[in-house]
Every structure is written in structure tokens, then in C-alpha cells.
Design a protein around this ligand. Structure first.
Ligand SMILES: Cc1cc2nc3c(=O)[nH]c(=O)nc-3n(C[C@H](O)[C@H](O)[C@H](O)COP(=O)(O)OP(=O)(O)OC[C@H]3O[C@@H](n4cnc5c(N)ncnc54)[C@H](O)[C@@H]3O)c2cc1C
Length: 472
């Protein structure tokens, strides 16, 4: 295997400047430390040898071709909001930022699609769709993520219950391969059985197979109205047990999220964002979209009745943009709240079958407690993706924190597997979950992952050391 990589020298820096522009290239100590890591510095802080902002696919191609020939690693960087330690230069080399490639082309109303460059933000794409009277549904918690990053991580988010995940909205991808070739995966067609569906392989490939330089996204008609129900329960079990009753109604919710009071308290005390309901130890946030007010009322009435029958203490309706915004701002602030509350966090992003959520949540708390850790499961009750947040408590030494979280993670992943779940529902493997992937999927599948990586990137120059390892 080709480790160690070439250490970059003046000739390499000059080459990158010559195919881009010196004003968009930073070298060594000129590179800002924020580019050493993504949103999880815990998963690695690695200085790039060179940071470059590209403006078009030709620049990406020229850099990639050169790096491949010279055996220099390259890491594509979007907004750096990833939660897996993916967008960092583990082996040095080039960090290539796509954020200046952020054009959004006019919406194609006939095909109901929009073509965008990877550096456009999810919010900007959603706004462009809305301006054309259409809707781009993927809605991960971090709205400042780039569309390229969200595709390459197959971002999920809260609306997955009704609308699916990012993959469901990608028609075609233009990309630069590790050898510098520019290729298109699929085209603007609704279905496609032309050979393997490589487009779907690229989505969620965590930047280890190619660099996405343009993407065409499917849009759908906009829902006309929306509302959110805030439903408190005495305890977490009753709260989670209510979810199947809501999902079995003839109205598909847009989002179903659960939070425990302890977590809401953390957000309220650290960030002063408040839920409009104070009672109960657990709460469900349930969103509905509809085409008419009547339909929306039917959804809410049916959900309220089902929730009260399932033991809810109350049902509060948020139906103005301000009230809806303030409810969801509490949910969106969880990560920030936890960062303000404890000096270190670890996150387990398992997804389990929806019918097993309650079992996982109960087990997660017990596992945390048995290792002296505070564990706060929360998140996507509607799709089984439970963000199990592990918080470092005061008084723990570095060594105690490290070994307790490690032992907990092993047990949490084992529990997910036992319940028929998966290791990660939406944040991916990156550098942070590497050691857990192989035992989880087994040697046969792991070898397939390696073969796929090698088929795209035989010299292992694109984002090496992420998702799959070649150490043995
Ligand atoms: C508060 C908060 C809430 C979040 N909520 C959610 C959520 O609900 N659902 C969810 O799925 N995620 C969530 N995330 C995680 C994160 O926002 C997503 O993973 C996001 O899609 C990453 O986009 P990015 O532009 O920041 O990518 P980056 O972090 O820059 O990169 C992520 C990975 O993609 C690669 N990459 C980036 N751009 C390209 C490209 N153009 N071509 C090839 N590879 C590329 C990088 O190398 C890296 O491996 C959340 C994050 C935060 C901080």
C-alpha cells in the first residue's frame, strides 16, 4: 500500500498555484486551524499541507490528476459540518474546498429539477426551489452544510419520515475521479437501469471515491401548510411507545422527534431556547405538512387523539411560523447545548428498526450508567435513527472518559446489531467510527468495501484512512 505519501514541496505548491490562483492557495502555517477538523475535532485534528479554494471542475481535475501522479493525498471539503471526522487531512496533503463553486442554475420547471454546484448551501438550494414554487425536502439539522457534503454523506434529517433522505432527490452527479477524469453518473432521467447504479454508490461514499463537482436534484410540489404538535409524556417509554400509533394513522408525519426533559433543560439553561411545554419527562415533536388547511386539521386531530390514547399528558399545537420556528430551534440546538454543558461529547448514531427504538433507548441508558456516563438518547423517533449522546461529566480523568466511552460504544453497537439495526443512520464512518465498522459488517462485506475503494482509487490518494482501512 502506498503509505507514506509524498511530503509536498515548493514545486507542488507552485503547481497548485499555477492551475488555480495564488490568492486562493494557503500553505503550511497559513492554513487556518478550523480546516484541521470538521464539527468533531474529537475525531482528529490534522493540518493540511496546502489548502486551496477551487472555482471549477477543470481546476479540480488538474489538481486531482497531479496529486494522483505525485502520490499526494487530497481531501474534498464542503462546509466542514460533518460529524464523523471525514473532512480532515489525516495524512497531510491537499485540502480542496468546493465552497466557492456555489452556483445554482435556474430551476428546470419542465423536469422539476435544479442543477447546482457542490458549494451551494442546503438553505440556498431550498430557497431557490421555493422561489420557483417547488420544494427540496432534505432537511438535516445543520442548514449551513453544503449540498455537495450532504450528498456525499447522504444526509438524512428530520423530514426523512415523510420525504426520505438526500439520496431520494439526486438525479445525477458530475464528478472528478481520483485520476483526474471528469465523469457523469446517470443523467436527468427519472429511472435508470443502464448498468450498475454508480450514482447511488457515490451518494454516501464520504468523499473517498470521487469529488462531486455538480449535481442535479429532484424537486417536488410544495406543501401548502404545516404545523407541529408538542406532546409531553410522563416517561420516555410511554413517549416512544406512542410512535407506532402515530405512524399507523392514514396521515404520514413529516417528522417525529423525541427529547427527554433532561436534554431540553440543558438547551434551556445553556442557550435560553425554550419549549412551550414544561410538563413531563419526555416529549415528542410531530410535524405534519398538507395541501389544504382541512387536511392539516384532520392530521392534527387524529394525531392528538392517538397520542392522548397512548398516554400523552397534553397536546400543544404550534401553527404559526414563529411558534413552529421556536419549537424546532430547541431541537436544532441540542448539539450546541451539549457542547456548552459538558467539556466533551461522543455520539453514537445508530439506526434500529422502528419497533425496537424503546428497547435500544432503555439499553443505552443502562449501558451509559454502568460506565459512569451520562447518556442522552434523542432524535429521529420516526425513522429509528437514535442520536445517543454521551456526555463527559466533571471529575472524570481523560483516561476514564476515553475508556468508558469506548466500552460503551462497543456495547451500544452490539445492541443495535442484536436489534437488527445499523452502525450509523446518517453521520457515517469517517475517521471517528473506523474501528467499529469491520466487526459490525464482517470481513466479507468489509472486503467488498475495500474492492470498491480500489476500483475508484487504486493509489488511495482520495481522503485516505476514512471509512475503510488497508492496514492489514
Ligand atoms: C448541529 C448539526 C446538526 C446536524 N444534523 C444532521 C442531520 O440531521 N442529518 C445529517 O445527516 N447530518 C447532520 N449533521 C451532519 C452534517 O451537517 C452533514 O453530514 C452534512 O451533510 C455535511 O456537509 P458539509 O458540507 O459540512 O460536509 P463536510 O463536513 O465538509 O464533509 C463531509 C464529508 O464529505 C466529503 N465532501 C464534502 N464535499 C464533497 C464533495 N463536493 N465531493 C466529494 N466529497 C465531499 C468530505 O471529504 C467529508 O468526508 C449535522 C451537523 C451539525 C453540526
Amino acid at each position: 500500500m502506498p503509505y507514506p505519501y509524498k511530503k509536498m514541496d515548493q514545486a507542488d505548491f507552485d503547481f497548485i498555484r499555477s492551475v488555480t490562483d495564488p490568492s486562493r492557495v494557503w500553505v503550511g502555517s497559513e492554513v487556518a486551524t478550523e480546516y484541521y477538523h470538521d464539527e468533531m475535532p474529537e475525531y482528529g485534528m490534522f493540518p493540511p499541507e496546502l489548502y486551496v479554494e477551487v472555482l471549477n471542475k477543470e481546476e479540480v481535475s488538474a489538481i486531482m490528476k497531479y496529486a494522483n501522479e505525485q502520490n499526494i493525498p487530497v481531501v474534498a471539503r464542503g462546509a466542514g459540518t460533518g460529524l464523523a471526522g471525514g473532512a480532515n487531512c489525516k495524512y497531510g496533503g491537499i485540502m480542496l474546498s468546493l465552497m466557492k463553486m456555489n452556483k445554482i442554475f435556474p430551476v428546470d420547471l419542465q423536469n422539476m429539477t435544479v442543477t447546482v454546484q457542490p458549494g451551494a448551501l442546503i438553505t440556498e438550494v431550498a430557497a431557490a426551489a421555493a422561489e420557483a414554487g417547488l420544494f427540496y425536502p432534505p432537511d438535516p439539522g445543520e442548514k449551513t452544510a453544503s449540498i455537495g457534503g450532504s450528498i456525499i454523506t447522504n444526509a438524512g434529517g428530520m423530514r426523512a419520515v415523510r420525504y426520505g433522505v438526500t439520496r431520494d432527490y439526486v438525479r445525477c452527479i458530475e464528478a472528478v475521479l481520483p485520476n483526474g477524469e471528469i465523469v457523469n453518473f446517470s443523467s436527468n432521467v427519472v429511472k435508470n437501469t443502464t448498468g450498475f447504479d454508480i450514482k447511488d454508490l457515490i451518494i454516501g461514499s464520504e468523499g473517498i471515491l470521487c469529488i462531486c463537482t455538480e449535481v442535479t436534484l429532484k424537486l417536488i410540489p410544495s406543501p401548502k401548510c404545516t404545523c407541529t404538535l408538542v406532546i409531553p409524556f410522563n416517561d420516555l417509554e410511554t413517549c416512544i411507545d406512542c410512535v407506532p400509533a402515530l405512524l399507523q394513522l392514514p396521515f404520514v408525519p413529516t417528522a417525529v422527534e423525541f427529547l427527554e426533559r433532561e436534554l431540553v433543560d440543558i438547551v434551556e439553561t445553556t442557550l435560553h431556547k425554550y419549549l412551550p411545554v414544561q410538563e413531563g419527562n419526555a416529549v415528542l415533536l410531530v410535524m405534519y405538512d398538507a395541501s389544504t388547511r382541512d387536511e392539516l386539521t384532520q392530521c392534527c386531530d387524529a394525531a392528538a387523539e392517538a397520542a392522548l390514547n397512548a398516554g400523552a399528558l397534553d397536546v400543544m399545537l404550534a401553527d404559526t411560523p414563529e411558534r413552529i420556528g421556536s419549537v424546532w430551534s430547541v431541537r436544532a440546538a441540542i448539539l450546541e447545548g451539549m457542547k456548552a454543558y459538558s467539556i466533551a461529547q461522543e455520539e453514537c448514531d445508530v439506526v434500529v428498526p422502528r419497533a425496537r427504538i424503546a428497547e435500544f433507548v432503555k439499553a443505552a441508558k443502562q449501558i451509559g450508567m454502568s460506565h459512569g456516563l451520562k447518556v442522552e438518547p434523542c432524535g429521529h423517533a420516526g425513522d429509528g435513527n437514535i442520536h445517543t449522546e454521551i456526555l463527559r461529566m466533571p471529575g472524570m480523568t481523560d483516561e476514564e472518559w476515553k475508556s468508558a466511552t469506548h466500552a460503551s460504544l462497543i456495547q451500544l453497537y452490539a445492541k443495535s446489531k442484536e436489534l437488527g439495526g445499523q452502525l450509523s443512520g446518517e453521520h457515517g464512518i469517517g475517521n471517528g467510527r473506523l474501528e467499529f465498522l469491520r466487526p459490525f459488517v464482517g470481513d466479507q462485506i468489509y472486503q467488498l468495501y475495500r474492492n470498491i475503494k480500489l476500483a475508484f482509487d487504486p493509489k488511495l490518494v482520495l481522503n485516505p484512512g476514512k471509512m475503510v482501512l488497508f492496514d492489514d
